[in-house]
Ligand binder design. Structure first.
Ligand code: NAD
Ligand code: 6OD
Length: 486
């Protein structure tokens, strides 16, 4: 079993009073690590180290050397690829191919892309006329915002953490990361990478622990934190926004979703089935961008539901190390209880259960893992809780529709607005729909196809702000104007 420590000021440290908690494997519920739990003292030490580095070695480095160092971080992640894959597999239990092909490579990419953005971003300037005829020159400069608190979820831990740490450091900030209590491994490993590459102590800090009344809250309330970037549930965002109000700190929020998948009768049938299946069931449905509401144009409906059912019933459960497995467990027993409670509620609310709805039979050595079946329902009204609320599990409700106008209304009738995946061969319709659907990201004939230069974030209650490419600079820098009278 591993022992995991905090990473503060370039050193791995335990908690002063020795507090710790157990991290369990999602695949069999065995304890796999004892993790130091931060109290206020550890959080304060991390924020103090981050402040010192911000004003010291990190600031003195200059942009070119900082950018080169972040490229070196990316290269070192790639060199230690297997270690990161192993860490994410142990923490999440997800299949090897998802972690090795989708999640860990993004960790390295997240450092490279933002280093390059910062190096290449142009400065804004305006020459103005003045009454004396001499004029004035205005130009804008970007300065780091300061010490950034990075609070992360568990569903794609390394991808989501580096998506924030990459731009924060590229812009010259320092960070204190609070990974999810469910996934402490990859954030800790990144501390080793920072030291190997020679990133100055205090630039990247990690404190472990829980959220309310614990490390997460201590960090977001700390008055030494200048801004908070958070990915997680919308109701946690509400709590963090209240904490950020003290001191008027800026926030960037990537929150929950109840995303619609929309399939028109003219879509490429096989591609649409494959795309909707991936969007609903990849990572065992634990993807914020995942589809939990599917709307299929009526002529295709029965055939589409049958095709999705077959795909669900063909999944192969197993450990990440099992080459035959393509489907993992949920993150924890607690999350499984939540998902199963929705499975029961769907039936109680009158759903027709097409497939799944429970726990799959598993061999004895995996029987204590957080396994659930991929699940499909039809026949529910839009008012049913499983159609309105984010479940964050491998399940979706499929409903027929008859017109473009109708499906726009259905898709928009939700408090969330993160993403949509839309399947049609009619490009004019795709453009109309993309403008009409109230989400931050619309994919047409694809899903989770990511160009890291594009704005990423949620509308309505799915988030505040946009990150990605130059858009990340809006949050991670303080933009100042200089006006020089000539
Ligand atoms: P969560 O909100 O429960 O926890 C996220 C993090 O916040 C954890 O580190 C947790 O310890 C911490 N936290 C909890 N309460 C806190 C508080 N009061 N103060 C400070 N920190 C606190 O979310 P989760 O269950 O880890 O992740 C799943 C959720 O994340 C889903 O709702 C999903 O949609 C969302 N998510 C959104 C995106 C996106 O890009 N929009 C991406 C991934 C996940
Ligand atoms: O691709 C990304 O940058 C991103 N933030 C993905 C979010 C996935 C949610 O589970």
């Amino acid at each position: 079993m591993r022992t995991l420590q905090h990473f503060i000021n370039g050193e791995f440290t335990s908690s002063t009073q020795g507090q710790s908690f157990d991290k369990r494997s999602p695949v069999d519920n065995r304890v796999i690590a004892s993790v130091a739990e931060a109290g206020e003292a550890e959080v304060d030490a991390a924020v103090t180290a981050a402040r010192r580095a911000l004003q010291g070695d990190w600031a003195r480095l200059g942009t070119d050397k900082r950018v080169a160092m972040l490229h070196a971080v990316a290269d070192e992640i790639t060199r230690r690829f297997d270690d990161f894959v192993e860490a994410e597999e142990a923490d999440t239990g997800q299949p090897h191919h998802v972690i090795a092909h989708a999640f860990v490579p993004r960790g390295a990419a997240n450092f490279k892309i933002f280093a390059d953005v910062v190096k290449n971003v142009p400065a804004e300037s305006f020459q103005m006329e003045t009454p004396d005829g001499r004029g004035a020159l205005n130009y804008a400069i970007r300065k780091p915002k300061g010490v950034i608190a990075v609070v992360c979820p568990w569903n794609a831990p390394f991808l989501l953490m580096t998506w924030k740490v990459g731009p924060a450091l590229a812009c010259g900030n320092t960070v204190v990361v609070k990974p999810s209590e469910e996934t402490p491994l990859s954030a800790t490993l990144l501390g080793e990478v920072m030291n190997t590459v020679g990133v100055p102590p205090g630039v990247y800090n990690v404190v472990h622990g829980f959220g309310p009344g614990a490390a997460g809250e201590f960090l977001t309330r700390h008055d030494g934190v200048d801004a908070i970037t958070f990915t997680g549930e919308t109701r946690t965002g509400t709590a963090i926004m209240k904490a950020a109000a003290d001191g008027i700190r800026d926030v960037s929020f990537e929150l929950g979703g109840k995303n619609a998948g929309i399939v028109f009768a003219d879509a490429d049938f096989d591609a649409a089935v494959d795309g909707i299946f991936r969007s609903a069931f990849m990572n065992t449905g634990q993807v914020c961008l995942g589809t939990e509401r599917v709307y299929v144009e009526r002529p295709l409906f029965d055939r589409f539901v049958q095709a999705l059912k077959l795909r669900c019933e063909a999944v192969k459960y197993g450990r990440p190390s099992d080459p035959g497995a393509n489907y993992g467990p949920l993150i924890s027993q607690e999350h499984r209880r939540k998902v199963l409670s929705y499975y029961e509620r769907a039936v109680a609310e009158g759903a027709t259960l097409v497939t799944g709805g429970g726990v799959p039979p598993m061999p004895a050595e995996l029987a204590d893992g957080a396994w659930v079946q991929p699940t499909l329902w039809t026949g529910l009204p839009e008012t049913a809780s499983v159609v309105r609320e984010e479940i964050f599990g491998p399940c979706c409700h499929v409903r027929p529709f008859d017109s473009e106008d109708e499906v726009v209304v259905l898709a928009n009738a939700n408090r969330y607005g993160l993403s949509t995946t839309l399947w049609t061969r009619d490009l004019a319709r795709a453009h109309r729909m993309a403008a009409a659907i109230e989400v931050g990201i619309t994919w047409v004939n694809s899903w989770f196809l990511r160009d890291l230069r594009t704005p990423f974030g949620g509308s309505k209650q799915s988030g505040i702000g946009r990150e990605g490419g130059v858009h990340s600079l809006e949050f991670y820098t303080d933009l100042r104007n200089v006006c020089i009278k000539l």
